[in-house]
Design a protein around this ligand. Structure first.
Ligand code: PMP
Length: 391
């Protein structure tokens, strides 16, 4: 058997999607002009499918500080946090994140993926009971597999189902680790965290919240869903990424004093190089912006409402609530692909998401807005979807 033979069905399937035009999976954005515009082939496009929620990728302060770090500290750390890859700026950022959350301890990782992998795998040992939302991000599933824990899944955003599973655990419930996300990346919906906190109060256990898509987006200060719902005292660890609202690359965990020990027990912390000084510097600049002003968040939510309402009026089937992530639900992969290509032709890039990346066998045209989109750009996106209806 050839080395790649087992992938032949997958290759055939992908080829069907690549008969003409641009490749929806790994689309090359040939040039990037701003947080909202780029070029694909010969088309100037509006970027309506990214995670750049606060639109900070071209923030002048972040760029300036990043360039300065590049000049002063070089292009990379060439080592892991545990060896030679912890610079003063990594520790300064950890302190700034901890202060931002009013918590004692933060740990910086190389990506959001490795933050989840590192923290969750260290806790999710074979003797642990881990209960996760069935629509959890791949990094959460992978972390549980790496740690060796047996996972229990509860129905997506269904607190009653979680409670039933906690009940069945009996005595063990008091040590259960419950993991949910703030905003879910594909459907844009949020975890019923108040109910989940109530379950924790009655049965015991611990709560971890991945705020990858809600950090900088929700809460008065931008700390995420946990802040927005006022349940900060009831959540044990918050996980996050630098690759979305903070517009760079890296990840973090923040929590109580005890969290610090996980550095020494986390393979994805120990065995990978730390984030580059340039990335750390731009994150520090972006974090200051998240904390200092609510203007970006207000603009983001204005844009979210504008796009959601515009697409809803056209009769598209959308996610259940207004969110910066606006999934347009499509009846089949083939229709989804045709619409995606047509949108690129009209100068709009959105994410085409198929199962298993899209949950529950769905095909999604995942649109997302950011704080840098203008009203005109949002209206152009809506117009393109209106033309698709007409076609
Ligand atoms: N958690 C969630 C919920 C995510 O959606 C993602 C990325 N899409 C990650 C973690 C991983 O973050 P990163 O891309 O920074 O590795």
């Amino acid at each position: 058997m050839g080395l790649y033979d087992k992938f032949s069905r997958f290759v055939e399937e992908r080829q069907k999607f690549q008969v003409s035009g641009v490749n929806p999976f790994g689309t090359c954005i040939d040039e990037i002009y701003s947080a909202t515009e780029g070029r694909i082939g010969d088309k100037r496009i509006i970027l309506a499918g990214s995670n750049n929620y606060l639109g900070l990728t071209f923030d002048p302060e972040a760029i300036k500080e990043s360039q300065e770090a590049l000049r002063q500290q070089g292009t990379g750390t060439t080592g892991s946090r545990m060896a030679n890859g912890t610079f003063g700026s990594h520790l300064a950022l950890e302190q700034e994140i901890a202060a931002f959350f009013n918590l004692p301890t933060a740990i910086v990782f190389s990506t959001g993926y490795t933050a989840n992998l590192g923290i969750i795998s260290a806790l999710a040992t074979p003797d642990a009971v881990v209960i996760i939302d069935e629509d959890s991000h791949a990094s959460i599933y992978d972390a549980c597999a790496l740690g060796g824990a047996q996972i229990i899944r509860f129905r997506h955003n269904d607190a009653k189902d979680l409670e039933r599973r906690m009940q069945r655990l009996g005595e063990k419930a008091k040590d259960a680790i419950i993991i949910v996300e703030g905003i879910y990346s594909m459907l844009g919906d949020v975890a019923p965290l108040k109910e989940i906190v109530d379950i924790k109060r009655r049965y015991g256990g611990y709560i971890l919240v991945d705020e990858a898509h809600s950090f900088g987006v929700m809460g008065e200060k931008g700390r995420g869903l946990v802040e927005a719902l006022g349940v900060e005292d009831d959540v044990d660890i918050i996980l996050g990424t630098f690759s979305k609202s903070l517009a760079a690359i890296g990840g973090f965990a923040v929590g109580g004093k005890g969290l610090d020990v996980l550095r020494y027990c986390s393979r994805p912390y120990i065995f990978t190089a730390s984030p580059s000084p340039a990335s750390i510097a731009s994150v520090r600049a972006a974090l200051r912006q998240v904390g200092q002003s609510t203007a970006l968040r207000e603009k983001l939510w204005h844009n979210a409402h504008r796009l959601y309402n515009g697409l809803a009026e056209l009769g598209y089937k959308l996610g259940e609530r207004v969110s910066p992530v606006v999934p347009v639900m499509i009846e089949s992969k083939e229709v989804g692909l045709g619409m995606w290509r047509s949108l690129v032709d009209k100068g709009i890039y959105v994410n085409l998401v198929l199962p298993p990346a899209a949950p529950f066998g769905m095909t999604l045209l995942r649109c997302s807005v950011n704080a840098a989109h203008s009203d005109e750009q949002i209206d152009t996106i809506i117009r393109a979807f209106a033309e698709l209806k007409a076609e």
